[in-house]
Write a protein that binds this ligand. Sequence first.
Ligand SMILES: NC(=O)c1ccc[n+]([C@@H]2O[C@H](COP(=O)([O-])OP(=O)(O)OC[C@H]3O[C@@H](n4cnc5c(N)ncnc54)[C@H](OP(=O)(O)O)[C@@H]3O)[C@@H](O)[C@H]2O)c1
Length: 268
Amino acid sequence: MTSAILLTGGTGTLGRLVAPRLLTAGAKLRVLSRQPREAGAAGAADDVEYVTGDLTTGEGAAAAVAGADVIVHCAGTSKGDDVKTRHLVDAATAAGNPHLVYISVVGADRTPVVSGLDRAMFGYVAAKHASERIIADSGLPWTTLRATQFHELTLTTARAMARMPVLPAPSGFHIQPVAAAEVAERLAYLALAEPAGLVEDMGGPHTYEMKDLLRSYLRAAGRRRPIVPVRLPGKAAAAFRGGANLAPDHAVGRDTWEDFLAERTAAG
Ligand SMILES: NC(=O)c1ccc[n+]([C@@H]2O[C@H](COP(=O)([O-])OP(=O)(O)OC[C@H]3O[C@@H](n4cnc5c(N)ncnc54)[C@H](OP(=O)(O)O)[C@@H]3O)[C@@H](O)[C@H]2O)c1
């Protein structure tokens, strides 16, 4: 049977990789974006229906979810993902009983975000956990996958930090980066399968201390900068130092950070 799938965040790093996999599987695909897009226009696919809406306000959500059997929810930003998820879930429950597939982050459930300081630095993680709960309590059939940080975001962050004369590296933090394409593969598979609730975490093949990861970026980019360890305060930072954001038992990603970095820095 052909599934009608709504993909939120289908214009983002992950969503752009999920879309072709759903299309290849024969899905009828609709993508929600805040920007109006025409199918076939530059950067848009011919066989995708684009709908305009904003999950922060809920505008356009009802039209986006109408007729969807499955919703793959990849829309996200550094702030307010719980609000976006609430608007999406309200629209979805009013429309019917679609399977809601969500991408969250490893450690969402074991990073205590309690103080103002925690919220300032780790509010993103708290919003992902709140989103997970909104979905699990929605009454809709659901599947949630937690992934570690993507190679893509790791590179963007390293590039941004390397613009500073000195790179502050949170001491004791480790990262287990994973290729967004591999997460997309798994998410597309889950979207086409039966609702599974919270599935096994997905992490990259290796774990790196933050300072080593930054050093590897500087080496690959041919840049020299001092890296200074910074001890972040608060309970959430302590949880990260304890490895809350890692999935060592689910290091299932195959593409390594080194290969990704070599490919991207060669591409310029
Ligand atoms: N990046 C990581 O390392 C990582 C790791 C684990 C999980 N995740 C999760 O994976 C998801 C995708 O991440 P990504 O890196 O692909 O993000 P991204 O590249 O920044 O893309 C964000 C997407 O969200 C959409 N979006 C943002 N605000 C929206 C709003 N108010 N209403 C509707 N759509 C909105 C954007 O669409 P338009 O701009 O077209 O509106 C865009 O398609 C997020 O939920 C993130 O938390 C990310």
